[in-house]
Design a protein around this ligand. Structure first.
Ligand SMILES: [Zn+2]
Ligand SMILES: [Zn+2]
Length: 333
């Protein structure tokens, strides 16, 4: 079968190549891939950016998948066969205190589909059955490929709004990539006044989509005064510094972004202004279920995020993502 493989720790050593079709090991299922999204972490792995040394090549990339279960191991419920599923991309050991608390995505022994082990950017892939989320067999696969990134946005929005007062509130979202834009859309749906902030480079594609979704956009000018909530999804140190300087006293900053360069932040501002700065990583099973339900409510709207590429053109899709030319690239095997 064809698969998008990272061959070595060298930068850009990623090609679509032939690999043996896998068969499910104990506890696993074989899934025929219908669609698989690529994202920032695939670009980081492709470029071999700092912080991705732990990825063990050769590895098939792809963790934002939807597909049909074709085969099950002997110890897995055969009722999974024929069902449409989304795999949980980041999952824990299932036995430690963190997993027991329902936060499997931050388990110290977590693994990532398509980075820790072979992923879904291929005609088929194997995955542990306990990572499966059953999804609607009727919806378009290209929309359901957004379940994983939308779950991450659902998680970040929950981290931002759990301690917040009544809606509507002013919210700033820096970074109009897929996670930022999806989170902004969810916050807008909840009735908040959302401003999406990007750079001049984001104008043509990302801020254009944001405006088309009914969101207020900014290239850094006219930021709302004293927003109590701020979501930093850009991964740029300057954006985080702005968030720390501009969020209202007592406000909350949630950071789902990872930074290629570790930013310097004025901790005295965080202290004197009593800001809550909270990380947000991955998503829980409940977040996946919420994301799949959001897609079911309005698949056409979520499909507007997607640019479709054949699997054979995966490396040009990675280039387009890194240039900010597409919002969400989804591969069809
Ligand atoms: Zn992703
Ligand atoms: Zn664990």
């Amino acid at each position: 079968m064809h698969a998008l493989v990272k061959h070595s720790h060298s930068s850009l050593d990623v090609t679509v190549t032939r690999r043996r079709r896998p068969s499910p090991g104990p506890g696993q299922v074989l899934v025929r891939t219908e669609a698989v999204g690529l994202c920032g972490s695939d670009v980081h792995a492709w470029r071999q950016d700092p912080g991705y040394e732990w990825v063990a090549p050769p590895v098939t990339l792809g963790h934002e998948a939807v597909g049909i279960v074709e085969d099950t191991a002997d110890d897995v419920d055969p009722a999974w066969r024929g069902r449409r599923v989304v795999p949980i991309s980041i999952d824990g050991c299932g036995t430690c205190r963190v997993c027991g608390g329902g936060q499997r995505q931050i388990c110290p022994r977590r693994t990532v589909l398509g980075l820790s082990f072979d992923g879904a950017a291929a005609e088929a892939f194997t995955v542990d059955a306990d990572r499966l989320v059953a999804v609607d067999p009727q919806l378009p696969a290209t929309a359901l490929a957004l379940t994983e990134p939308l779950a991450i946005a659902v998680h970040a929005v929950a981290r931002l709004t759990t301690q917040a007062g009544p809606t509507p509130m002013e919210v700033v979202v820096t970074g109009p990539g897929p996670i930022g834009l999806m989170a902004a859309t969810l916050l807008h749906d909840q009735g908040h006044k959302v401003t999406v902030v990007g750079t001049a480079q984001d104008r043509a594609v990302r801020l254009e989509l944001a405006a088309g979704l009914g969101l207020r956009t900014s290239e850094g000018e006219d930021l709302p005064v004293d927003p109590p909530l701020w979501l930093e999804a850009s991964g740029a140190g300057a954006a985080l510094a702005t968030a720390v300087g501009r969020t209202a006293v007592g406000g909350t900053i949630v950071v789902p972004a990872l930074f290629a360069r570790i930013p310097t932040v004025d901790i005295n501002l965080i202290t004197r202004r009593e800001l809550s700065v909270r990380g947000s990583y991955g998503a829980t099973r409940k977040d996946y279920e919420a994301a799949a339900a959001h897609i079911g409510c309005d698949p056409e709207r979520w499909a507007r995020f997607v640019s479709v590429f054949p699997l054979a053109e995966a490396t040009s899709a990675l280039e387009r993502i890194s240039q900010g030319d597409v919002n969400k690239a989804v591969l069809l095997p």
